[in-house]
Design a protein around this ligand. Structure first.
Ligand code: XIL
Length: 378
């Protein structure tokens, strides 16, 4: 479906539409933060706000008019939730199918939204396409694996040349349990994970010059992530030593409410300090808040989710190396959290900035307030 910006705004709920139209018409300086879009608040600080969108026929997609209007009104950048993953675009070892993602890219173009590419290599066996399990890499497996990785990166980058602002070149290759690198049949054929991920980055740099290249992972600030963080730091150090072209760490930011204790927060800050000390930029790539451990009461949950979001954003936004902040979906009912680790009481998760009626929740205000308080990027 093709909608003009005006049409999409009229499809929005009344309050949200008023906010969005207001954001277009009134000068930034004269408005309270709540009246501005999240991306306008981000832009005032030299940042961008965005979200993932799904491109299938389900609800949380740009095909849903209300969701599409909300994304167009609030975001400056989008990322496909699933449509660029190997499972989506590689029906076989020798073919590509971009039909699902092309719709998303077109949605971005129509609404003037920047695009992030997620991901050129989700380096876990579970997230590889099924055919990888039995693929025959032949008599010279390292050569065949390198050719497969190179062709993949080149094909995607060439197709979307000039349209991507950033790629999650490699996703989740550090194992959270011990910090070692994951192996897949592709890395085994290649003769090692380091060689494979380095090749992915080098190829991306050549195929997409000037585009931000990101290593993306889900190490987080809650207890239990110590070895994951250690493994990510070791990987990032290795990139620097070997001259692998990586520009930024993608911090997925699937948080678990409530806010962790002060010593946890200190450890997290130390981790981010080490990352930026190595010269890496930062991207919040997949922000949402899991409320599984909170009581059922909705108002209470919304408040604690918002407090968690605020504490986290305040800390992260204090780093000028962070420019892009993307939510993993804007609207609760379409969030992957409904299926991933559902609440034991069966209630729907409330970890996104907007509710099932597309109404802003306290979490939305928390993000807005954090943007308003963030230092300006040069
Ligand atoms: C998730 C999607 O949201 C789901 O729809 C899909 O079934 C599995 O993947 N880390 C990532 C994302 O890097 O790609 C994941 O997305 C969420 C966790």
């Amino acid at each position: 479906m093709t909608m003009t910006r005006r049409e999409s705004l009229t499809l929005m709920g009344g309050a949200a539409a008023t906010l969005a139209i207001g954001a277009e018409q009134v000068q930034a300086k004269t408005r309270a933060p709540a009246a501005q879009s999240l991306n306008a608040l981000a832009q005032a600080k030299g940042m961008r706000f965005g979200s993932s969108v799904a491109g299938g026929t389900g609800g949380g997609t740009w095909r849903n008019p209300r969701n599409a209007a909300l994304v167009a009104a609030q975001c400056g950048v989008i990322v496909p939730e699933n449509e660029l993953k190997w499972q989506a675009i590689r029906p076989s070892a020798t073919s590509f199918d971009f039909s699902a993602f092309d719709g998303t890219a077109d949605f971005a173009r129509r609404h003037g939204l920047a695009l992030r590419g997620h991901t050129l290599l989700w380096h876990r066996p579970k997230w590889m396409p099924g055919w990888m399990e039995t693929h025959d890499f032949g008599a010279r497996p390292a050569t065949a694996a390198a050719a497969m990785m190179t062709a993949h990166v080149k094909t995607v980058c060439a197709r979307y040349n000039g349209r991507m602002s950033s790629y999650d070149v490699v996703n989740e290759t550090v194992l959270p349990e011990g910090g070692q690198l994951a192996q897949t049949r592709l890395s085994q054929a290649m003769g090692g994970t380091e060689a494979l991920v380095d090749l992915a980055f080098h190829t991306a740099r050549r195929a997409a010059p000037g585009v931000q290249l990101v290593y993306n992972d889900y190490m987080s600030w809650e207890p239990g992530n110590e070895l994951h963080r250690k493994g990510v730091l070791a990987l990032l150090e290795g990139f620097r030593k070997r001259g692998t072209p990586v520009d930024a760490l993608g911090v997925q930011s699937h948080l678990i409410a409530p806010v962790p204790g002060a010593s946890q927060q200190r450890e997290w800050r130390q981790f981010i300090d080490e990352v930026v000390a190595m010269g890496y930029g930062l991207v919040i790539t997949e922000f949402d808040v899991r409320d599984r451990e909170l009581p059922a009461d909705m108002a209470l949950r919304d408040r604690v989710v918002a407090e968690t979001a605020k504490a986290y954003c305040d800390m992260m936004f204090s780093y000028r190396q962070l420019r892009d902040v993307l939510a993993w979906g804007l609207v609760d009912p379409f969030s992957w959290l409904q299926g991933f680790e559902p609440r034991s009481d069966g209630l729907a998760a409330r970890g996104c900035p907007y509710d099932s009626n597309f109404r802003a929740k306290p979490m939305r205000e928390a993000i807005a307030a954090a943007f308003a308080a963030a230092p300006v990027r040069g």
